[in-house]
Design a binder for this molecule. Sequence first.
Ligand code: NAP
Length: 320
Amino acid sequence: MSVRNVIIVGSGPAGLTAAIYAARANLNPLLIEGYQSGGQLMLTSEVENFPGFRDGIMGPELMAEMRAQAARFGTEIITADATQVELEGAVKKVWIDDDVYEGHTVIISTGAKARLLGLENESRLMGRGVSTCATCDGFFFGGKDIAVIGGGDSAMEEAGFLTRFANKVYLVHRRDEFRASPIMVDRAKANPKIEIIVNTVVEDVVGEDAVEGMALHNTVTGERRTIPVEGFFVAIGHTPTTALFKGQVDMKDNGYILTSENKQHQSATNIPGVFACGDVQDDWYRQAITAAGSGCQAALDAQHFLEGLEEAAEEAAAAA
Ligand code: NAP
């Protein structure tokens, strides 16, 4: 089997945008999209903040459009999970079980997953009142009572942001000490629309077709109560999908892949020819549009890297 120009692992907005750019640069990319393809937008309902869709678009539909666009320009797509990688050296290897694929470059775009509480109704009502993205979904909760779960900076920031829309925001945290920075906690405490509930775990999300409330348990007093809310924002952190690359690519302390801080080749990892884009390397913005933008950067970086290989080969041939 020939050595591919580009192998892309992961098929959210980052991976698919990388595929579109690489395919339109005639690099014939191979995209290993995973069995659960499309990334986090497959779990959302309406997306109203992706430019170009003034009436909004459903998350899965947006991803289907991106996939079709990548396929249209000749991306070879395999619906399977990459199971092993070997990234050092001039020829990189990516396995799907016993099959090995070789590439001059690899683009890692395996994304991240929002952590969930693990309640059955939380998953069932995802996109129907349960959300993991305040920036994406806050707009839908104008004038409503909602909840944010968590005690970190994300929870504080999201609670504050959501008060722009909501009538009231309950901030529910399992302890009475916050992981969030004091300034963020003080800001939340000072916001008249936020009620902070501490030492409290969520035992259930209540509702048939949409969120109607949350069942709470105070772990200190033992009190149980149900509070009516129509929105339930889980802000307990994210986990990047990096197990495949551990020990091979440099990562930050929090487990996200470390990409270059150089102005040029921003998607470069510590391994020449290996690039990363989207949420697997972004612990900050985490938006579909920023992921897509970084996918474009990774494809351009891979393209420049390949051009460098060609030039070096030509120079070596001329010198011989
Ligand atoms: P985080 O700092 O890891 O905080 C997660 C929070 O969720 C913690 O309070 C944790 O509680 C709680 N939690 C975790 N699992 C839980 C569970 N199963 N049930 C209930 N609660 C649970 O995550 P983050 O807030 O997303 O922040 C991630 C990083 O981004 C941090 O470094 C943060 O500083 C940074 N960030 C900064 C800003 C800003 O400065 N503007 C904004 C957002 C994020 P415990 O404390 O009890 O463990």
